[in-house]
Design a protein around this ligand. Structure first.
Ligand code: MLC
Ligand code: AMP
Length: 465
């Protein structure tokens, strides 16, 4: 699976740098072997996935021992952390990168679970997405082909190591292609500029912050390829990057459950607002109302997940009767060249902020746990920096917005905290009593109305989630 660790590309002293510390393949293999020896035979193990060599050693150790790794967001609140540990049954390990041991010989194959990544749905707590080594390998090989990604490259990014983007593409991708990796710790424009890579990954928020710093952007002109993903790259950011770096950034589309499935190609034509064509092995279709060109994007292929951990019903519900995965994204395909365009999400309750996937229901439930909150409706409001920002409309008294934000932060990860809390008299509902969240987005105020648009999660105290 990790070709670079088999000696295929030889060793290099500066193979991998994370947040300022550098290791060779041999050092990484030794540290990962020690982890593998510790966890051999366990059903799953968890590691607090800071941006560090320790996290890389843990994930590699899991692959060597054929034990799935559960990367915990370092900023997850106690409730979220406890949920992930309990749900996965993983034992938490700590890693000492200075240790060295050969990996034990354990039985396993490509169909074994390699990673369990927790991700939010529209309601309820996050679910564990089980990804096999075979799916990871298939995706990375398809991306290597699409982006002409090789051992000649130096990959630079500063994305979190507990999601597909930073961990699968950003770490395992480097270890499969043999490219040098520089993880910048945090994805700041200055750090990207200083790293002098050939291949750069970022979420749109990272790219827009780089575009806002012309000197940093200009330093990327010597790169080979800039890649954006995890959320839609705004066309003005695309054009600013082209002007400042001389590169038209390539966009790719993916999900935790499917890995990356659609992408622009290195050397191919790239248009702003489009995510390219399906990767080798992936088939897509648009399921639209008769006569409509946009509809739900559905897909099949070797990169799909092995299911939600312990949730066969949720897994089954994610597929159509004829076996296609329902992405929940609304898309269109250009009939002339097959280029895909992501138009939006089917559900208002799935928010993307800074590239993080956030379920409105999870935040609403956290707010409703506060004794002073009677109703809560969470929406993603358009935001120039983050794409969407989390805004909570609450019916409550005797509590401040800051107190509620802190309350949420004590339960959930930092990026799930509302950026703004608006106190309202009531949450607008239709005649059936269903919340009408689209009204909150359009006029920003809540009043009892008789609107008929929009669908939403349950938000009233006492009703089942
Ligand atoms: C954050 N802060 C808040 C807050 N949220 N403060 C108050 N209220 C809130 N609600 C704090 C932060 O902790 C930070 O503090 C400061 O505000 C700045 O926060 P920020 O504006 O969010 O910036 P930053 O922390 O730098 O985050 C931006 C970002 C981050 C782009 C770096 O969003 C990010 O790493 N996104 C990547 C997400 C990702 O990898 N997604 C991939 C999913 S996989 P302080 O004190 O720390 O400065 C996937 C598949 C695919 O989607 O297709 O790739
Ligand atoms: P996650 O599970 O965190 O990987 O989030 C997956 C979601 O991110 C998808 O369902 C899309 O809504 C969104 N997404 C990923 N890449 C893109 C992109 N290039 N353009 C628009 N949306 C994207």
């Amino acid at each position: 699976m990790l070709t670079a660790l088999d000696g295929t590309y030889g060793d290099r002293a500066d193979a991998i740098t994370v947040a300022g510390r550098t290791a060779s393949y041999e050092e990484l293999l030794g540290a990962a072997g020690a982890v593998a020896a510790d966890i051999a035979g366990a059903p799953a193990f968890a590691v607090t996935a800071t941006a560090s060599l320790e996290t890389v050693a843990a994930v590699v150790g899991g692959l060597l021992a054929h034990v799935p790794c559960v990367p915990l967001p370092p900023d997850a609140g106690p409730a979220e952390r406890e949920h992930i540990l309990r749900d996965s049954g993983a034992v938490e390990v700590s890693v000492d990168f200075a240790r060295r041991a050969p990996a034990p010989a354990t039985a396993g194959g490509p169909g074994d679970p390699a990673l369990i990544l927790y991700t939010s749905g529209t309601t309820g707590p996050p679910k564990g997405v089980v990804l096999t080594a075979a799916a990871l390998a298939a995706d990375l090989d398809a991306l290597a082909e699409a982006w002409q990604w090789s051992a000649e490259d130096t990959l630079v990014h500063g994305l979190p190591l507990f999601h597909v983007h930073g961990l699968v593409l950003g770490v395992l991708g480097a270890l499969r292609t043999g490219s040098r990796l520089v993880h910048t710790g945090r994805p700041t424009p200055r750090a990207y500029a200083q790293a002098r890579g050939s291949l750069y990954f970022g979420v749109p928020t990272v790219w827009s912050r780089i575009a806002a710093e012309p000197d940093a952007a200009a330093a990327l002109s010597g790169a080979r390829l800039l890649v954006s993903g995890s959320a839609a790259l705004p066309a003005p950011v695309f054009r600013d990057l082209e002007r400042l770096t001389g590169h038209r950034p390539v966009e790719r589309y993916g999900m935790t459950e499917t890995l990356i499935t659609v992408s622009g190609r290195a050397g191919g034509e790239v248009r702003p607002g489009t995510v390219g064509t399906p990767l080798p092995g992936i088939r897509t279709r648009i399921v639209a109302e008769p006569g409509a060109e946009i509809g739900e994007l559905q897909l099949t292929g070797p990169t799909l997940f092995a299911g939600y951990l312990g949730r066969p019903e949720a897994t089954a519900a994610a597929y159509t009767e004829d076996g296609w995965f329902r992405t929940g994204d609304i898309a269109a395909v250009d009939p002339a060249d097959g280029v895909h365009r992501i138009v939006g999400r089917a559900s208002i309750d799935m928010i993307k902020s800074g590239g993080y996937r956030i379920g409105a229901g999870e935040i609403e439930n956290a707010l409703l746990d506060h004794p002073r909150v009677r109703e809560a409706a969470v929406v993603g409001v358009p935001d120039a920096d983050l794409g969407q920002r989390v805004v909570a409309f609450v019916v409550a008294d005797g509590v401040t917005g800051a107190e509620l934000t802190d309350f949420v932060a004590a339960h959930l990860s930092v990026h799930k905290r509302p950026r703004e809390v608006r106190f309202v008299e009531s949450v607008p509902r239709n005649a059936m009593g269903k919340p009408q969240k689209r009204l909150l987005l359009t006029d920003g105020t809540a009043s009892t109305g008789t609107a008929t648009t929009g669908t939403s999660t349950t938000t009233q105290k006492g009703t089942p989630a």
